[in-house]
Ligand binder design. Sequence first.
Ligand code: F6P
Length: 530
Amino acid sequence: MPRHVKPPHTALTRSPAWRALAAHRRDWKDRHLRDMFAADPGRSERFSRSVCGLFADFSKQRINDETLRHLLALAGERGACDRLAAQFAGEKVNFTEKRAALHTALRAGEAAPREVQRTLQRMRAFSEDLCGGRVRGGNGEPLSDVLSLGIGGSALGPAMVSAALAGDGAPRVHYASTPGAPLRRLLATLDPARTLVIIQSKSFTTEETMRCAGSARQWLAQAPGNAAQAQLAAVTAAPDAARAMGIADDRMFPMWDWVGGRYSLWSAVGLPAMIALGAARFDALLRGAAAMDRHAAGAAPQDNLPLLLALLDLWNVNFLGATTRAVFAYEPGLGLLPDWLQQLEMESLGKSVNRRGKPLRHASGAALWGGRGTEAQHACFQWLHQGNHAMPVEFVACAAPFADDDGSHALRLAHCFAQSSLLMRGLQPGETGAAGALAAHQGLPGNRPSTTLLLPRLDAESLGALLALYEHRTALAAALLDINAFDQYGVEHGKRLAQNLLPALSGEPVAMPDASTAGLIAEVRKNLET
Ligand code: F6P
């Protein structure tokens, strides 16, 4: 395993492969994917990979063999795979916070650290007792519901996995991130005598989560018996703060500083998902992710799927001018995947300084957005097809239907494949069937890149592999871009400024950061006083 991996001595934009890509880019301006497919029957096979059961078709990306050759050369020059190996080996790759990023250790099974195995065993025992009706409320009743309170990485992962694979049995698992009316409305549907509240917060200081926790504790206090004591649990890296809130040690599950929030699904943050899925399926999720870990660590670069996808993102952003990537889930259960992915990629790759602390001379991560297919076809696909921003698109679908199917699965797949084909081929005016000027309005430029990721079916193992694929793609992208994927100072500053402004909204004198903010707060105060 490599010793500490030092940053390459040349700037990324000065590396030979980068220069070759810049020269190669100039050949691209008149090439259309439609013509490349027509001239190269073997294209779709050469630019597809099957990995851990997932089928990835990136043949509709604007590349050819030469592009891929230069991109792989760049990965070699930048030591991207060595950086990933160092991360897997526990190096402090999160160099600003002097921490490792060892979320892979959470799914290492028997090879996992003792504290990980012990925590997983506690999670399984608690989850099985809860699902078996052996965990009782303050007045002795079995628990029918679980409410998980958290935000960002303390919610998006477990909520997305629960939405994908939750069983129908008790207890039902709910997620809340927003204090106030949304939480009140949800609590009104639950029974305070039969609900377990899990407070998920690594820092145990996040304002939204702490306010939700305060409201939930008041709500529990309505129930007879000592509900607050019996029906509260916490997942945190700050046990003293949780204890101060009255949470018993046997209801506390640890988080570690070597697991970033957006990479923490596999840790005790996954407890509500384990309750929703059952311990056996949560273990299958871990197995699927572990299989992708082995692939990412051992595959040859030209077959390393997370590396290939990271390289394509770099090509689209730094050479084809893309500023966003849109991800659409054409499987109803994966509707929350874009939300989870948005935090993973934008908190990891939303950086502008390299490992030496110097401003980047290249673009870092693109904005990640998306939604559910086919609903999104009735919202943003017009822009994707005929707007004059050619942005890359990613389609995630499942070959087999999730459960008994009424034919709608085939409909979704037909739409998914039709969209990516039309984005690529376009529709020339002469193909629209319209005449004259109308033909111009009905034409589609095409040449819009997309990748399609096909799971065999929506099951825990396939989903685990998919999510780990995205984690490694993100880490490899950061290695290529020479940035730290694992800190998030930008959001930390925002939280602090919000804390300073809060008293001003209730009229207390606070130093304003700028005239605009002062004017906005004055406007709010004025409305409150009328
Ligand atoms: O969004 C900023 C962030 O710190 C995320 O990285 C984290 O997942 C989220 O807030 C919640 O933080 P905590 O788990 O400490 O409440």
